[in-house]
Design a protein around this ligand. Sequence first.
Ligand SMILES: [Zn+2]
Length: 163
Amino acid sequence: MPHFDLFFKTEALRQRLEPHLRLIPPLFEFTVRTGTPEVRYFDQNDPMWKGFPFPVPGGTVYVFDDGIPARALGGGMDMRASVRVLAGDSDEAAILRIWHEVLHAIGQPADDMTRRAAEWQTVSERILWGLWQSLARPVDVPFWHSRFYAWLTERAGAGAGGK
Ligand SMILES: [Zn+2]
């Protein structure tokens, strides 16, 4: 079971989001803290990552809400993840972003929802997915993300590609 120290930068962010962490399946174990872990920065000339803090210690997730120039909203790899919460984010969107990045952190292909649709969808989901697309509704929404992430998490728990 992957365990992470999960830092919320501020007490306000923690009080808002900690109660919703249970949306993330218990495969992920979190020790919740308030504050900022030791962080480093990626290439400061890259507009995607400019000013984006990323945890140094393994087994660490950092959730923050600073206004920084980076275009990225999150990053995750090698048992580390960093997630930015925007002013307009719903609690659900923020939690799904954390779930997405911790999946990356344990080596799961969290970006491959559409490409792997045939693998994770049930028959009824496949029908709904087809209908959804025929109506030109975007599939990058919590409804589909949460289903895909649940499948990835279960798969990680079964030992396929996770650790
Ligand atoms: Zn991603």
